[in-house]
Write a protein that binds this ligand. Sequence first.
Ligand SMILES: NC(=O)c1ccc[n+]([C@@H]2O[C@H](COP(=O)([O-])OP(=O)(O)OC[C@H]3O[C@@H](n4cnc5c(N)ncnc54)[C@H](O)[C@@H]3O)[C@@H](O)[C@H]2O)c1
Length: 387
Amino acid sequence: MTEDRLNIALVGAAGLVAAPAHLNSIPLIERMNFAAVCDVDADAVQLLARERGVDKAYSSYEELLADPDIDAVDLVTPPFMHAEMAIAAARAGKHVYVEKPMARSLGEGRAMVQAAADAGVRLQVGESYIFHGPHVIARDLIDAGEIGEVLQVRETRDPWVFNETENARLDGRGHHIAWRYDPELSGGGDFPWMMDHAPHFFATARLFNGMTAIERVNAMARPHGEGREAHLRGVTAVTWMYEGGEADGLWMQADMGAEAARYIGFRTEVIGTRGTLLVFGEGGGSAPGFPQVAPVTLIANGTEKYFDPEEGEDRSWASNNSYYDRAHGNTLRHFADTVLDGIPSLYTPKDGIADLTATLATIKSAMDGRPIALSDVPDDWTAYGAG
Ligand SMILES: NC(=O)c1ccc[n+]([C@@H]2O[C@H](COP(=O)([O-])OP(=O)(O)OC[C@H]3O[C@@H](n4cnc5c(N)ncnc54)[C@H](O)[C@@H]3O)[C@@H](O)[C@H]2O)c1
């Protein structure tokens, strides 16, 4: 590592969903040197290295960790591998960027934090919603007092609509990868989708309220999903109270088709004492056929103002704001800056633990049918081992 460049290795590089966003982003980050790709799929990783002009290709994670030229690992492997891989990397003296969900239990997450602290390396959970362009604009407007005091954060997940190129690339597989439906490998028990996505929703909920902690959640579960997801139970609505009791929030989703919606993807309305923000997140915007809306709208003083980070359209979704790949690239760029400059992270390991706790509490609430305080999630509690 020089003062200017972090030698990074992408692990899980042949993956279908997160890896392409990282493969596209890393070469654009001035302060990163794309030093290696690693995946158990040896053929795929050799091909990737050739195609992407990356010097080294590893099919053994242990061999990668023994390489003294590697400063940091970027783990885009499935959740059941996060703790083990992050801890091994820290012990090998590598800085660690690990995709969400951070881990499957608070115990695993805390062991990761401890290993990084012991080794004196940085640990960053890849919470890309925090660094998504429209979210950053909205956070800045909130922090500047444009909507007054935050009273309520209302999040909605409407259908995500693939763009045609991405649909063709995934060849009908979509995000239907085996571990995503497995109770233990995903970590989510009967609620694997929630385990995979709720960390994003809680990170956003806190981002739009000064990173205030969430105190308790109440989740509603019902049969949800079709086809390969039909055996799963889903959470369709969650409410929460922030610590201090001065604001609350909710998240909701329904499985309608895009043709039934005015908006698609993830969006948040932040209600303040003096204004409202309408913010589009992952895959967010107008449904096909409707005039496109601005990524961020500020409603205050009886008028509307529009904001756009101008990061381009999304690669995966039909959306006018780039979650894949720009939010991922923004998050990775921040990681490089924190390592190279030793500055505090805007999303600390403590934040990773906070959003994992809210996620586990949500699943526990859905299972138990009652509100759950985050302080009541034991360190060794897992969604797949419970009940
Ligand atoms: N931030 C986001 O928006 C976002 C988006 C998608 C996925 N993710 C997260 O990224 C992670 C990966 O998800 P995905 O859908 O891309 O998974 P994926 O199954 O498509 O890819 C995982 C890759 O890891 C590889 N792998 C498995 N074991 C390995 C080992 N021991 N060494 C090296 N490589 C190994 C697999 O061969 C595979 O290529 C998950 O935690 C997921 O939640 C985050």
